[in-house]
Design a protein. Structure first.
Length: 287
């Protein structure tokens, strides 16, 4: 091995160990030797695979791996499946854990395994629950890509709601008939959006009607502005009557306009992890 070459760096664990360790090695053999010593495994019966998909390493494939690749050591008679491992770790001592893990193993041969794997992966994503963490310093991953001026999740979610409603108001920029101004600003806004989507704005030619419409929109904009664009709807620290979520941050779909509630019980908590925060930006609370 040329002296100028540096060893490759890896993150490694074994099938029976939740913790992972950093190891530097020039070759696959050296990596397995160091890993076996670390985890007290028999070297001649130990193999190495990718944590992500279980691909067993060869000497040639080892050399092509980038630094910080996650690897797993396993012994003869064992196999590695990331999905099953993570599901088992999440369930812990749950009474139905064995049945659920067994079902997860069957996903590998199920003819609709792709759909079921998506369901289980979504479940695992939601289990990454840091909803109780509020500050940027406590859950830095949640704030990835967010301006540093936001120090808490609630302050960003409040801003996020304000921006959404500002965007909705912008969509109401041309002409449409509107409901009575006796409705709440949010209701008027939703009606405007619905009519805008239907393309009604382009059909109004009457100048008087357009002037009346513009007055209503201006009034609506002023009411929204005075209410700070209802940013409190997404802020879990607000009083119950001012927010749409629980104190933990859970939002529940209210169902279609002609239903009393959502029959599919859709819910999401954008406070629990970064993935949910991003997904929530495309979420509708009324289908």
């Amino acid at each position: 091995m040329p002296k100028h070459e540096k060893p490759k760096l890896f993150k490694i664990r074994c099938t029976e160990e939740a913790r992972k360790f950093g190891i530097a090695a020039f070759t696959l053999k050296e990596l397995i030797q160091k890993g076996c010593k670390l985890f007290q495994l028999l070297e001649r019966k130990t193999h190495c695979c990718l944590y992500e998909d279980g691909t067993i390493l060869t000497d040639e494939y080892f050399q092509r791996l980038p630094d910080n690749t996650e690897l797993v050591l396993f012994s003869d008679g064992q196999s590695w499946n990331k999905l099953v491992y993570e599901l088992g770790r999440v369930l812990g001592t749950d009474a139905h854990a064995d049945d659920l893990i067994s079902a997860a193993r069957k996903l590998q041969t199920d003819e609709i395994s792709a759909k079921w794997q998506k369901i289980v992966c979504d479940f695992l994503c939601n289990m990454k629950d840091n909803a109780d963490m509020e500050n940027r310093d406590d859950d830095s991953d949640w704030f990835e890509g967010i301006d540093t001026r936001f120090k808490t999740k609630s302050s960003y979610m409040k801003y996020n709601c304000e921006q959404r409603i500002r965007g909705y108001l912008k969509e109401v920029g041309s002409s449409c008939k509107l409901c009575s101004t006796g409705h709440t600003p949010m209701y008027c806004l939703i009606v405007c959006i619905c009519l805008q989507v239907q393309g009604h704005a382009q059909t109004i030619k009457n100048a008087k009607q357009k002037r009346e419409y513009d007055k209503v929109v201006a009034s609506l904009a002023e009411k929204l502005k005075s209410a700070h664009y209802h940013g409190t709807y997404f802020d879990r620290t607000e009083k119950e009557r001012h927010r749409l979520c629980t104190t933990e941050g859970w939002f529940s779909c209210q169902g279609a306009f002609d239903q009393d509630k959502c029959k599919l019980l859709h819910s999401i908590n954008p406070y629990c992890n970064r993935e949910n925060r991003i997904l929530f930006s495309t979420w509708n609370l009324d289908h």
